[in-house]
Structure formats: structure tokens, C-alpha cells
Design a protein around this ligand. Structure first.
Ligand code: HEC
Ligand code: HEC
Length: 346
């Protein structure tokens, strides 16, 4: 217990390292690069051709020259982002907050910073094979990562969350940064030297992760608050979530976990742990056709070739069930597929 108390303390400490910086215009590129590294200890320096952005903080918002109504909405978006559990049972059906995976309030490089979405969308997205808006991108994380049902497009929640994304992108030019944004996503690790091994991963998991995430990956909630989110099982992200891809899970783990000790695992260890975590059960992929082998085949190229869903691991066919965890079964047609056939009457 003592250990857990200590580790909980790590969180605010890590966040307080984020030096309050005004929007880009006030800061030279060099000092931005320094701050960006400071935000993410142990990471490589940005390359010359990479766009570096240090998102503003909530303290900066107090000072910003924006309409008070807008500030109110941005604050609500921040609140929803770091305490998404307030939507539990309505839009969220697991133990995640957005900030469980987008760490440092969505500001940290190499921990899925969210500002790039606000300056690159609308854009084509291979996962669903059409052009997505920012709201639809947010809906995607509700659907899969939160095992949820997204708030309606245009709702107060969507507006607030979008406003918070855009606030973090203050000063970033639209589109221009292209694909070279320092710290975007979870920087992919080099391919593993040895094939990732679930048994090696299981041992490492017990030694490095179980103290917080639990021996059964169930996480920990206390007094109705999530302290440690679940890594698998009913309270975790579902089989369609981006982080269920082994390479994403490995990259996230290496660069962010164990909490407070980023970059302490070797690449191979991160791959092994990711293979192990990904070999455990979790709620069904919302794109499920009723048959796991068929669903795997249908989304193989764009997604499941990176997961163990629909494969047999230690005698178990992963994903061969129709449990949606805490979430009521999805209403028919809830995964709206957009097509744009301009010129056709509608
Ligand atoms: C279980 C982990 C997890 C949770 C929880 C989660 N996300 Fe994500 N999110 C991801 C992953 C993985 C990606 C893809 C990152 C990449 O490109 O490699 C992503 C991408 C995004 C992006 C696009 C970022 C970019 O670079 O364009 C946005 C925006 C986003 N998430 C918003 C949210 C919001 C809002 C919530 C809460 C409603 C949320 N996410 C919850 C894992 C998560
Ligand atoms: C000291 C406690 C602690 C340890 C040890 C730890 N984590 Fe975490 N982990 C957290 C917390 C807390 C979060 C949520 C991040 C936040 O809210 O800032 C998290 C988030 C995550 C997430 C994203 C959310 C989710 O539940 O899927 C993954 C994946 C993860 N950890 C994997 C690991 C792995 C793998 C290890 C072992 C290498 C590990 N963690 C060790 C505390 C810990």
C-alpha cells in the first residue's frame, strides 16, 4: 500500500514539470525544444525538420484574451478530458479517462498529445476509410478506447471537448506541420529482435505493472474514483481500440510506463509485455459481425494484423464471445459510415 501511495504522488509531480509557456509566438524554437524534452524526460531531441509545439496550460487560459464564454467551454472540455468518468454509464463504459492514454492532460509528447488533431482534421482516416471531422475522431476514441457510446455530434460535450483540443493547438498553423510533428502519437519502437513472447511478457507484467494495474489487469478504483485504469477485462478498452494493436501498446508502454519511470524498459521488454496484455480478453470490437474470424479478416489490413484478436493463444481463440462489458449492446447502425457521393441527390 505504501508503494501505491507513493506512486500516486508521482502524477502531480510529473505534471508540475510542465513549465507554463505562452502560445508559440512568445517562445523561440530552441527553448520550445528544451521545454518539449522537459515534458518528456528521456526522449530524443526534436529533429530540425520537426514541428515542436508546447501546448498552453489551463493557467495560461486564465490570462488569455478570449471571451469568458469560450473560456468556460474550454474549461468544461478540460474537465471532461481528465475526468471522463463523469460520463460513466452514459458515454463511457469502462474505467478510462481520456487522459489515461493521452497523458499530462493531453499535452505530453509521445503520450498521444491531442493538439495535432485540431490542426489536421478534417482528413482521410484509413481506419474507417473516409474523411473525419474532429468530432468524429473524438467519437472514435469514445467508441473503442472508452468502450462507449459517443456523445451526439454537436452536443455540449462534443463542443467542449473540441474547444479544449483547439485551445491546446493555440498558435499552430493548420495542416502545415504535416507528418513531422514532434511527439505526435506514441513514437513507434524499432521492430523487436525476438518475436514478442507472451510468457516472458507475463513475468515482466507481474514484476513491473501488477502493483498498480492489478494481477488480473483489473486496475483499481477507490471511493468511486479510478486510480489505476484496467488493462484488460470488462473495464478496459475494447478489441477495436488503437492501443490494442501490439505496436501501439508497446510504444505507449515503453514511453510512459511504469508510471513515473518512462523509458526504463528495454524495447524487447515493452514488446513482450504488449504481446502479453494483448493476449488477454476484453470487450468485443464494436465492428463485430457475429463471427470473430470473419471480423478479423474484414479488418485485417487496416487493423487486426496488428492485434491477436481472432487468433489462438495458448488454446484460447481471442475475441470469440459477444460480451460488450458494461456497455449495453450497440444499437444497430451506430457506427455511422460516412460516404460523400457529391452530386447524388439525397
Ligand atoms: C485506451 C487508450 C485511449 C483512451 C482512453 C483515449 N484514447 Fe484517444 N487515442 C488513443 C490512441 C492509441 C490514438 C492513436 C494515436 C496514434 O496515432 O498512434 C488516439 C488518438 C486520439 C486523437 C488523435 C490524435 C492525433 O494525433 O491526431 C484524438 C483527438 C483523441 N485520441 C482523443 C481522445 C479523447 C477525446 C478521448 C476521451 C473521450 C480519448 N482520446 C481516449 C488511445 C486512447
Ligand atoms: C505506479 C503505478 C503504475 C505502474 C507501475 C504502471 N502503471 Fe500503467 N498507468 C498508471 C496510471 C495512473 C495510468 C493512467 C494515466 C494517467 O491517468 O495519468 C496508467 C495507464 C496505463 C495505460 C493506458 C490506460 C489503460 O488502462 O489501458 C496502459 C496501457 C498502461 N498503463 C500500461 C502499463 C504497463 C504495461 C505497465 C508495466 C510496464 C504499467 N502500466 C505500470 C499507473 C501505473
Amino acid at each position: 500500500m505504501k508503494k501505491i501511495m507513493w506512486t500516486v504522488m508521482v502524477l502531480p509531480a510529473a505534471l508540475s514539470m510542465s513549465v507554463a509557456v505562452q502560445a508559440d509566438t512568445d517562445v523561440s524554437k530552441a527553448s520550445q525544444a528544451q521545454v518539449a524534452q522537459h515534458l518528456a524526460p528521456g526522449f530524443r531531441a526534436p529533429k530540425d525538420n520537426e514541428f515542436v509545439h508546447v501546448p498552453p496550460t489551463m493557467a495560461d487560459l486564465d490570462e488569455a484574451d478570449l471571451h469568458p464564454e469560450l473560456k468556460k467551454v474550454i474549461r468544461k472540455g478540460h474537465d471532461l478530458f481528465v475526468n471522463t468518468q463523469q460520463l460513466r454509464g452514459v458515454n463511457v463504459f469502462n474505467s478510462m479517462n481520456c487522459s489515461s492514454c493521452h497523458m499530462g492532460e493531453g499535452r505530453l509528447p509521445n503520450a498521444g498529445p491531442i493538439w495535432p488533431a485540431a490542426v489536421t482534421l478534417p482528413d482521410y482516416r484509413p481506419k474507417n476509410d473516409h474523411v473525419n471531422s474532429l468530432e468524429e475522431r473524438i467519437a472514435g476514441c469514445f467508441m473503442y478506447s472508452m468502450n462507449g457510446i459517443p456523445p451526439a455530434y454537436g452536443s455540449d460535450e462534443m463542443l467542449a471537448l473540441s474547444a479544449y483540443h483547439q485551445w491546446l493547438a493555440t498558435g499552430v498553423p493548420l495542416y502545415q506541420p504535416g507528418k513531422s510533428m514532434y511527439g505526435r502519437g506514441y513514437a513507434r519502437l524499432p521492430d523487436p529482435e525476438q518475436t514478442p513472447d507472451t510468457q516472458r511478457g507475463a513475468k515482466l507484467y507481474q514484476a513491473q505493472c501488477a502493483i498498480c494495474h492489478g494481477e488480473e489487469g483489473q486496475g483499481l478504483s477507490q471511493y468511486g474514483k479510478v486510480v489505476f485504469p484496467a488493462l484488460w477485462g470488462d473495464l478496459s478498452f475494447n478489441w477495436g481500440a488503437g492501443i490494442s494493436r501490439v505496436f501501439t501498446l508497446a510504444a505507449f508502454t515503453k514511453q510512459n510506463m511504469p508510471l513515473g519511470k518512462p523509458n526504463s524498459l528495454t524495447d524487447q521488454e515493452a514488446w513482450d509485455i504488449a504481446a502479453f496484455v494483448d493476449s488477454q480478453e476484453r470487450p468485443q470490437d464494436p465492428r463485430y459481425t457475429g463471427d470473430v474470424t470473419e471480423t478479423r479478416a474484414k479488418f485485417l489490413d487496416t487493423f487486426h494484423k496488428h492485434t491477436q484478436y481472432g487468433t489462438e493463444v495458448e488454446g484460447r481463440l481471442l475475441g470469440d464471445h459477444d460480451s460488450t462489458g458494461e456497455k449495453p449492446a450497440l444499437p444497430e447502425g451506430s457506427l455511422r459510415h460516412r460516404t460523400f457521393e457529391f452530386g447524388e441527390s439525397r
